[in-house]
Design a protein around this ligand. Structure first.
Ligand SMILES: [Fe+2]
Ligand SMILES: [Fe+2]
Length: 222
């Protein structure tokens, strides 16, 4: 039953992500690299990995990951104003969308509640409370989303985001955005789980080590 709900959630999320891609195309953005879908696929992968390592329920975490940013996806059945409202509180609207979808399919009450909490609370880059989030699935969804913003995957996603949204000419060197390092270091202080912290450290080590090399190559110094 849960496997069926997982597959339906995946199909639904991919369709909603496609609606956002179509909306961007209609705005004449390039959308060659579609950021939101790339980011979601990465977060789903990380959520599964972190669930496995922490003992959280894998499908709950992955379903949460599929839904986590749907609040940001343009919904063609709503007005422009309604869509703007969703953008302002995408955690809440994504959680509502997930709850409606899962309830209609008679998903187990615990699954609906956990996905709701995980999606609603995944927003922001920092957390005010030091203790890990509860339930564990919400902690995993938060960590998977934040981990996707650390290291080279973050840079590739940023590149995809830029090619998706900006029509101005961009410089690769500028996109490397050394200031991004500070943001990544800040995010690293707010993980819930030890495994996410360890993975983030590995990513940061590689990023710090290889960023000057890539900058040098782009400038022709190497
Ligand atoms: Fe988000
Ligand atoms: Fe996200």
């Amino acid at each position: 039953m849960q496997q069926e709900i997982y597959q339906e959630s995946k199909r639904y999320a991919l369709q909603r992500l496609q609606e956002e891609a179509d909306f961007l195309k209609s705005k004449e953005y390039s959308a060659v690299l579609y950021y939101r879908k790339e980011h979601t696929l990465t977060v789903v992968g990380l959520a599964g990995k972190l669930a496995e390592k922490t003992g959280a329920d894998r499908q709950t975490c992955e379903i949460g990951a599929w839904f986590h940013d749907l609040g940001k996806c343009h919904n063609p059945r709503l007005t422009i104003e309604e869509n703007k409202l969703r953008q302002r509180d995408h955690g809440f609207y994504g959680a509502e969308e997930a709850r409606e979808f899962l309830s209609k399919r008679n998903a187990h009450r615990d699954l609906v509640d956990e996905v709701y909490i995980g999606v609603k609370n995944h927003v922001g880059l920092t957390r005010e409370v030091k203790e890990p989030m509860a339930p564990l699935s919400a902690a995993v969804i938060w960590d998977a989303d934040k981990l996707s913003k650390i290291g080279w995957s973050a840079w590739l996603h940023f590149l995809a985001y830029t090619t998706n949204r900006e029509r101005e000419e961009q410089s690769l060197l500028k996109l490397l955005n050394r200031d991004g390092l500070e943001t990544m270091e800040m995010i690293c202080q707010h993980f819930n789980t030890d495994i996410a912290r360890k993975m983030a450290e590995k990513r940061m080590d590689n990023y710090r080590k290889n960023l000057p090399h890539l900058e040098g190559v782009l400038q022709g110094d190497i």
